[in-house]
Ligand binder design. Sequence first.
Ligand SMILES: NC(=O)CC[C@H](N)C(=O)O
Length: 227
Amino acid sequence: MRFGIVVFPGANCDHDAYHVAKHVLGQDARFVWHKDRDLSGLDCVVLPGGFSYGDYLRCGAIARFSPVMEEVVSFAAKGGKVIGICNGFQIALEAGLLPGAMLRNRSLKFVCKDVHLRVENGNTPFTKGIAEGTVLRMPIAHAEGNYFLPDDELARLEGEGRVAFRYVDAAGQVTDAANPNGSRNNIAGILNAKGNVLGMMPHPERLAESVLGGEDGLRIFEALLGS
Ligand SMILES: NC(=O)CC[C@H](N)C(=O)O
């Protein structure tokens, strides 16, 4: 599988994503500078985490205008797989690839810790082979991860099975205490209508090797290979 990892000014998880694709999974991977437009030959585009443009205005609000994003939108429209991780999720929201918006964390603080995620939909290219209800552990590190969607759109998103992951406690229960940022319905990751674009706040690329303390993140990348 061929991965393209977009490099925005201020990205800080681009190398982690590249490392997992290339060296942990042994796949083809290349960096794509945000001013370039060539996505030819790619199967999956990764919008990585970080602090694109210093998080000015809103996280992702400036990166969304990078030339590459026009190509990412048409790549997604043609069915190409796109995974937006943390800042990449924020950029995908700003670009209209996914519905909704991110608000500041309800604590108004940057939150950096491991969380538990429950797989809500196991029938996506990013979760294939992972049973629904499986609880995964992954790190989060963000200040604007408080996912918001108005009631009617939220009901539609839920009804269409487009919530990929939800924040839960270690036992797999949705609780307010397990919600690290105030996201509606404890949402940690969502899909577009076609199911080929995933946005998630937790960082699978940061916990994809046992030497780093866990491999739960690798399962998302492995699912992609099998899809
Ligand atoms: N780890 C990240 O990608 C951080 C995203 C963004 N800079 C925030 O703080 O919300």
